[in-house]
Design a protein around this ligand. Structure first.
Ligand code: GN1
Ligand code: MG
Length: 358
């Protein structure tokens, strides 16, 4: 591992990297400093099976982090090293190192001391809303096409339905016949769920730079429980602002689990919804009236998109998501489908909350 490190332009002596058990996609290692008080690092091996364009992905991260750093410098903020990720280039000035075995490596300055949280409370949801709102706001003056799509069409609903149609036509696992109800349910909502892409084509809706994985465990907190830094920037790319808002609500404002086998557990947690929305709207001052109005739609959209993605994987014979048992993707599909139904029931309440907070 030290062989990998010697390719990066680090400025102090370090110890042997230690594996860090976070995330399902990349492999991460902590690189402690040899002497107390000196810089420690985070070394990561990028999963290039999922991220096929590592060069584009790393360019995205560099654009986003240097843009945010500049904003923090102008605002004369303190502790900037803790507020935005800092990429260490290789000695040749590249953003990543490709080892002879074909792996891709990158190095960050380690943000410490910091912790992450898995479960939200109303307090941490509000703070996380502020953190993601600030993040989007700091990037709002970048043209949306300054970044590439590190996974093409990642949050594009039309594309996800096209993938579903291909899976239905091929029916490789022979699972279609038993799923008539799910297919009909998805069909009923197709048109409405594709309206964002239509509004974009008509020039009525803009795309911005999004995080695209807005889960609470992608925010680092300080010892007082205040968010300091947004991490996991692999999927920063152009998208609709309400898509990031909706993805957080999909995971956090659900009283059940993403793959809950007991559908009765699944309801919208309106307290978490309101707390996150309050924090988010406080900081995301760049939103247009239409974007604010579409925030509740974003919740349904992301849950519906996840229903379609899990269901497509079920039809394809489980090739994308890791599964813990044979029916896992079908159980996930039904749990996300129920969440959409629950969100439909409280749609008016969500709209009232957004109106009141705006
Ligand atoms: C994947 O592995 P994780 O939790 O970071 C997926 C997300 C899905 C999520 C569903 C690159 O994210 O888009 O919403 O699973 N990430 C990718 O649990 O496909
Ligand atoms: Mg992730």
């Amino acid at each position: 591992m030290k062989d990998i490190l010697k390719h990066f332009a680090i400025w102090n002596e370090v110890e042997e990297p230690q594996p860090l058990r976070i995330g399902f996609i990349n492999d991460s290692f902590v690189v402690p400093a040899k002497r107390v008080g000196e810089t420690a690092y985070c070394l990561q091996r990028i999963n290039h099976n999922i991220f096929k364009d590592v060069e584009g992905l790393m360019r995205n991260i560099e654009i986003v982090t240097s843009h945010i750093r500049e904003k923090l410098l102008i605002a004369r903020e303190e502790n900037i090293e803790r507020k935005v990720l800092h990429l260490i280039p290789t000695k040749e000035g590249k953003l990543f190192y490709k080892s002879p075995d074909g792996n891709y490596w990158r190095l960050y300055v380690l943000v410490e001391p910091a912790t992450s949280q898995e479960k939200v409370t109303a307090i941490s949801a509000e703070l996380t809303g502020e953190a993601f709102g600030r993040f989007q706001c700091q990037l709002a003056d970048l043209p949306f096409d300054a970044l590439c799509e590190s996974i093409p069409n990642f949050h594009n609903m039309e594309f996800r339905l096209q993938q579903l149609d291909e899976a239905l036509a091929a029916d490789v696992a022979g699972r279609k016949a038993d799923c008539k109800d799910i297919i009909a349910w998805i069909d009923q909502r197709r048109e409405e769920m594709c309206s964002a892409e239509r509004l974009f084509r008509e020039g009525k809706l803009k795309k911005h730079i999004n995080h695209c994985d807005t889960k609470v465990n992608n925010v680092l907190f300080d010892e007082k429980g205040r968010p300091i830094c947004i991490v996991d920037l692999d999927t920063v790319m152009p998208g609709f602002v309400f898509s990031d808002f909706g993805d957080f609500m999909r995971t956090a404002a659900n009283t059940g689990a993403e793959d809950d086998p007991n559908l009765d557990n699944i309801h919208v947690d309106l307290e978490i919804f309101e707390a996150y929305a309050r924090g988010y709207l406080k900081e995301a001052t760049f939103l247009t009236a239409l974007e604010k109005e579409m925030l509740p739609y974003g919740c349904r959209l992301l849950s519906y998109m996840q229903t379609v993605r899990f269901f497509t994987d079920w039809l394809n014979g489980d090739t994308y998501y890791k599964i813990a048992y044979p029916e896992h993707n079908l159980v996930r599909t039904k749990a996300q489908l129920r969440l959409v139904e629950e969100q439909e029931k409280v749609q008016e309440k969500m709209k009232e909350i957004i109106k009141r907070l705006s």
